[in-house]
Design a protein around this ligand. Sequence first.
Ligand code: NAD
Ligand code: WQD
Length: 338
Amino acid sequence: MAILVTGGSGFIGSHTVLELQEAGYDVVVIDNLSNSTEKSLKRVEELSGKPVKFYKIDIRDREGLEGLFRQEQIDSCIHFAGLKAVGESVAKPWEYYENNIGGTLTLVDVMRQNGVKNLIFSSSSTVYGDPDRVPVTEEDPVKKCTNPYGSTKAMQETIFTDIQKADPEWNIVLLRYFNPIGAHPSGRIGEDPNGIPNNLMPYITQVAVGKQPFLRVFGNDYPTPDGTGVRDYIHVVDLAKGHVKALERIKAGCGLAIYNLGTGKGYSVLDIVKNFEEASGVKIPYEICDRRPGDIAENYCDASKAEREMGWKAEKGILEMCRDSWNWQKNNPNGYAG
Ligand code: NAD
Ligand code: WQD
């Protein structure tokens, strides 16, 4: 029996496929390659020494999924596939709802028709909106999101919750990721954004290799220690390992379970710049700019529920995250393009 990984050639997916293989699982990956390349999986194969079964299938393609379930013995699904750019989602809401919601509904329908009712879902800290207090716990309210991308995550959580309530044979783990950064320490797989990066760490690494002239710091007048935004950055390898732990919860028959995956520590934009400079030895020039619309002052989590119930805890600190992000970018200045 294999684990189906949707979106498995992407940033978090590729790291998770590697951790799954290292933990002894058989893995089947599907991806439409809209935001990734199969090269990431070739590198996973190099690292694990095991082949990765890959099918280029879109999660909205019902016939494609039905064929896949006929061909492969699937036991559980880890569902990463989706569009994830916040700004783009504001400009293209229909595309985001159609891909993320439509695709998820099709995937889940084909799964249940094949008697596969175990699923781990990539949710996001974005479902907490602008939280009333930090650190946020899983009991804190899910709030209205400021962008369609965030709304798709909150809606998908609702869909999964309702499906599991109606049919308790489902085991569903909703993992709320905080801010994933870093890369595999080998420097062979990592984050490879298209065009100009939206997120902080890939932007910083592009400044470091000279692809961007300087970092724009979006606001220094937030009510935080140094005025810049505070987030809970988590190493992507720790995050990937969280999925392996979540599979054990599924096997134990967890019903519906929700976990924050973060370190529980908040770092400001300037903290990240300082740690990156220390880890890489490269100076990052920056300018203070206006706040970015939709941004919040701070968000970091209480991750103790994942430790209590799954025995999972983030192990890698901020310097390691910066070192591995840099190692990936330095060795692959143009990502998988060479
Ligand atoms: P990514 O873009 O690298 O990976 C997503 C993958 O899904 C890509 O390979 C893309 O080609 C694929 N995909 C998109 N639509 C598809 C479709 N219709 N059919 C098949 N494949 C499709 O992004 P990532 O950072 O690895 O994120 C993985 C998941 O985690 C996403 O659901 C994302 O929303 C969620 N998430 C990411 C972050 C983050 O900051 N990176 C934070 C919280 C949650
Ligand atoms: C981090 C901090 C910025 C870029 C987004 C999504 C969220 C989740 C993770 C998927 C903030 C500041 C950034 C730059 C900057 N993704 N910044 N200059 O905004 O916390 O979350 O990614 O679910 O849904 O909203 O992450 O990396 O964009 O920003 O000053 O060039 O860095 O203002 O304080 P964010 P981020």
